[in-house]
Design a protein around this ligand. Structure first.
Ligand SMILES: [Zn+2]
Length: 94
């Protein structure tokens, strides 16, 4: 049995469970992993929308026509270059 490092509840790891916590005896429960997955998708969509809005008309049309994977690659590139910033809001885990 592990303690969820996110919500503090005890849980039993399930068969495909991958430990996402560095501390022994701790992990991330199914509910919190699902929440984090959804938040990542929300954040990715937010980043894509931000970038699309910041581009000129021509580039925005090109960017919007790209597959999501390419759009995210571009967002990541902008983050690496420091053009797009990733903020962690207090009380939320991204
Ligand atoms: Zn949890």
């Amino acid at each position: 049995m592990l303690t969820c490092g996110c919500c503090g509840e005890y849980f039993y790891p399930w068969p495909e469970y991958v430990d996402q916590d560095q501390d022994a005896g701790f992990g991330i429960c199914q509910g919190c992993q699902d929440d984090a997955g959804e938040r990542v998708i929300d954040t990715e969509s937010e980043a894509i929308a931000l970038v699309a809005a910041a581009l000129n008309k021509e580039n925005a049309a090109y960017f919007n026509a790209c597959p999501r994977e390419k759009q995210l690659d571009f967002c990541h590139l902008l983050m690496v270059k420091g053009i797009l910033q990733w903020h962690i809001k207090s009380g939320e885990t991204y």
